[in-house]
Every structure is written in structure tokens, then in C-alpha cells.
Design a protein around this ligand. Structure first.
Ligand SMILES: [Zn+2]
Length: 447
């Protein structure tokens, strides 16, 4: 039904979603028009973009086709740090109605700003995100993304209200209270990081609450950290909900860059607002369509802080084949790894998601794990700590050794590395209320 609404954009029923079904040639036209405008805006108002374009001998007028985006210089997270706090803003502060910032663990945070029209765009892309995941008016949504400077909480909040659903702005933390609210308030949908939701499933279990029997939660949108298909399977099986992946980053807008539809086969990019490219992270040249590489995003409608060719460090591919849902906006594959997260051990590139896949392939494992890297006499060692369930700990010692061997074998099959697997008591690996910290790298610590 929504599919036909493109012809009736003045209609009042779900007009935002109709943009997902815009005819492809019209969409490319909109993108090109906006790309030209954003390039001119960045060149005129932002010194960093102007200097870089001048250095390459490129003028905004050189952008004549969408492919001409490749003439433009790249931007990276360091640019936001180096111009802290407002150096990339393209409007005077009197036009900025909202600031957010990253929780910088190293050095200064990065600051992002929004004009009133930027806020409207943000709300709309979140509404499209929620519609794609089947949220609607009548849903009671427990929004457990952190409120405050982090873009997750308030970003989702406006969109949830936008679709006319009921939002519970509870933010993260206090897990027992989360479960109580979920039950007493008749919550039907949730939003948070996938690792936090797994933690909540566990907490509910301890409180004697069965997700499927005692709660009304039917669906959730999860993001802000990479997660695997195995993790989704675990969430859906253990809680009985449908778990949808959402994607975004503060530097671009926050959540609302891309989202899964009911087909759960990749995330639709809201291409009328974001131009995506996939490049080889080493050569920075475009890779053939369908091939994996680093996702690069240009904002097409942001006013306060336009960003040209931002290197996300996220590894994915563009899926150009049409989706069964009928949306014309293209999809990116689920991001299960970031080039930042990769670590090299004994010359082998390893992503935490590979370890996760190996653990979840082995029976009886809960996806609570941590990878600890150490160096002894110049030799790198990888240790994987895995929590086992209470029942398993009561088993015979020989069983435990068997389990340890199976985990190690599964990891070796995927990474070709020998690993020390340590089974630990339930609840001993620190739980995160935001993004999970999967890797502890102690290799450069002084001894
Ligand atoms: Zn779809």
C-alpha cells in the first residue's frame, strides 16, 4: 500500500516512507542537485574543504555528474578533532539549534551541530527507519539509547514521536528497572545497542521473567555497534522479538543513515540525504559494485555541518539488486566489522566479529566474551574469555575441557590462529550499557 504513495506525496499518510520508493532516475536527479549545492556550501563556508579543494584544483562547478564526487577530497574523523569544536560548521551559531558530541575516549570529543531544517531531516529519516522495521502509531517504545550528548537517544526520540508512537525516554542503565518498565508499561518495541539487549535478556531471566511469555515486546531496532547475524539469531530466539539493524554515525547525522526493512537482507540507505561510495581502504579507489570496501558518505542536505566524502572505517558493500520490499533506495550489507576494530596478531588480520561467529557456532555458548591481547617475550598472544552458563559449570571437568577445545577449534578454523580459551563464571565479563568493549589490547602496556 505504501508503495503507491509516491504519486500522492501531498497525502498525509506516511509521506516520509514514500521517499523510499522514489523512481531511481528521479532519485539520482535529486542526489545530483543536492550534491552540487552541498559542494558549493562547503566550499564557500568551510575553510578546511575550500583549502583541500583548492589544493586539488577542484571547484564546485566541476561537479557535473554523481561520479564527479570522486574529484572531491576525503574527510576523516581527525578533521573533526582538528577543527574542534566548531571548525566544520557552515552556518553561524545563531542558526544552530542543537549540538551533540561523541564520547571521546581519546583526546577531545567531536562536536556536531544541527539547524532547525537539519533536525526536521533527522526526524524524517528516523521515522523512515522505524516504518521500515514495522513500528507504527500504537507502539509503546522503550528507548534505551543514551540521552545526552550521544546522538542515539534524542535522535531516536524525535522519530518515535514523529510516527505517533509512545516514547519512553528511559535512556540506558539500571537494567532491573528497564525490565520492570518493559513489563508494567506494556512495551511493544525497543531500541538500544544489541549487546545491551542481550544483557537485558539475561537480567530478565534472573528476575524470573520470560520474554516470550511475560512481555509484549515484538520488535526492536538495534545499532551503534557492529553485530553479526549469529547475534541476531541469538536475540530473536531467546526473546521472540524481530531484531532490526539500524546504521548511522554522529559525524553524518547520528542514527538514521540506513535501516533494515522486513526482508532483513541489508540496510536501505536514505539516499536522498546521503550519497554512499565504497572505496578500497588502501588505494581509496572505488571498488566494483557489490564488492566489499570502506563506506564513504557525503551528506546531501545537512546545513549546519555538511560533510564531504567522510571515511567511516566501516566495511560493507552496496547491494544494487532490488529488494523484495519494493524500496528503490539501495542497500548496504550489514556492517559486522570496522577497519578500526581489526587487530593484527602474528601477522593475521582478525576482526572481533570472527571470534563472535566462531563462539556462536559452538553449541551452548552465550555471546558474552572478551578478547585479551598480550605480549610475552615479543610474542603476541590472544586469549578469548567466554562466559559459560550456570548449568554448564556444574558439569564434570572433562566436559569443560571438551567445550574449551571446541571453542578453540572453531576459532582456529575461522582465523587460522591458535587461541587460549578461558571459560569464566557467568557475570564476570563487564556488561556495557552502551557499546560493548570486545578487545582489551595490553600488548603495549609497560611490564
Ligand atoms: Zn527492503
Amino acid at each position: 500500500m505504501i508503495r503507491n504513495l509516491w504519486n500522492d506525496l501531498d497525502g498525509t499518510f506516511f509521506p516520509e516512507s514514500a521517499l523510499d520508493y522514489m523512481p531511481a532516475d528521479r532519485l539520482r536527479e535529486v542526489q545530483l542537485q543536492r550534491l552540487k549545492a552541498v559542494t558549493a556550501l562547503a566550499y564557500e563556508r568551510v575553510a578546511l574543504f575550500r583549502e583541500r579543494m583548492d589544493a586539488k584544483g577542484v571547484k564546485p562547478g566541476d561537479v557535473r555528474t554523481l561520479d564527479d564526487v570522486r574529484l572531491l577530497p576525503f574527510a576523516a574523523k581527525t578533521d573533526l578533532r582538528d577543527t574542534y569544536p566548531y571548525g566544520l560548521f557552515a552556518v553561524p551559531m545563531s542558526e544552530v539549534v542543537r549540538l551533540h558530541a561523541s564520547s571521546g575516549t581519546t583526546g577531545k570529543p567531536i562536536v556536531v551541530g544541527y539547524t532547525a531544517p537539519d533536525m526536521e531531516v533527522w526526524k524524517q529519516v528516523i521515522m523512515r527507519t522505524l516504518y521500515a522495521a514495522g513500528f507504527s502509531r500504537g507502539d509503546v517504545v522503550q528507548n534505551m539509547f543514551g540521552y545526552g550528548l550521544f546522538t542515539g537517544g534524542l535522535g531516536l526520540h524525535d522519530g518515535i514521536e514523529g510516527i505517533g508512537a509512545t516514547v519512553i525516554p528511559i535512556s540506558g542503565g539500571n537494567s532491573e528497572r528497564q525490565i520492570m518498565v518493559m513489563k508494567d508499561f506494556g512495551v511493544t518495541a525497543v531500541s538500544c545497542t544489541p549487546s545491551y539487549f542481550i544483557h537485558l535478556i539475561e537480567v530478565a531471566g534472573k528476575l524470573g521473567i520470560d520474554f516470550k511469555r511475560d512481555l509484549k515486546v515484538k520488535r526492536g531496532v538495534f545499532g551503534a555497534e557492529p553485530w553479526t547475524d549469529q547475534m541476531r539469531q541469538f536475540i530473536e530466539t531467546a526473546s521472540g522479538i524481530k531484531a532490526y539493524d539500524i546504521y548511522g554515525l554522529s559525524e553524518i547525522i547520528g542514527p538514521g543513515v540506513a535501516a533494515e526493512c522486513g526482508c532483513q537482507s541489508g540496510l536501505h540507505v536514505f539516499e536522498d540525504h546521503f550519497l554512499v561510495e565504497i572505496v578500497d581502504p588502501k588505494t581509496l579507489e572505488p571498488v566494483p559494485e557489490g564488492q566489499e570496501g570502506e563506506l564513504v558518505i557525503t551528506t546531501l542536505s545537512k546545513q549546519a555541518m555538511p560533510v564531504i566524502r567522510y571515511r567511516t572505517r566501516d566495511i560493507t558493500a552496496i547491494e544494487a539488486r532490488p529488494c523484495a520490499c519494493g524500496r528503490s533506495i539501495r542497500r548496504i550489507r550489514r556492517i559486522s566489522r570496522r577497519s578500526d576494530d581489526m587487530f593484527i596478531i602474528r601477522g593475521v588480520n582478525v576482526f572481533p566479529s570472527q571470534i563472535e561467529t566462531a563462539l556462536l557456532k559452538t553449541e551452548a555458548s552465550l555471546p558474552h566474551y572478551q578478547i585479551v591481547l598480550t605480549r610475552k617475550s615479543g610474542l603476541d598472544r590472544m586469549e578469548v574469555r567466554v562466559e559459560v552458563t550456570g548449568e554448564m559449570l556444574r558439569d564434570r571437568l572433562s566436559e569443560m575441557e571438551g567445550l574449551q577445545r571446541r571453542f578453540a577449534h572453531s576459532i582456529e578454523q575461522i582465523t587460522s590462529l591458535h587461541t587460549d580459551v578461558i571459560l569464566v563464571q557467568p557475570g564476570t565479563i563487564p556488561r556495557s550499557e552502551g557499546k560493548a568493549k570486545r578487545v582489551l589490547d595490553h600488548r603495549n602496556d609497560s611490564v
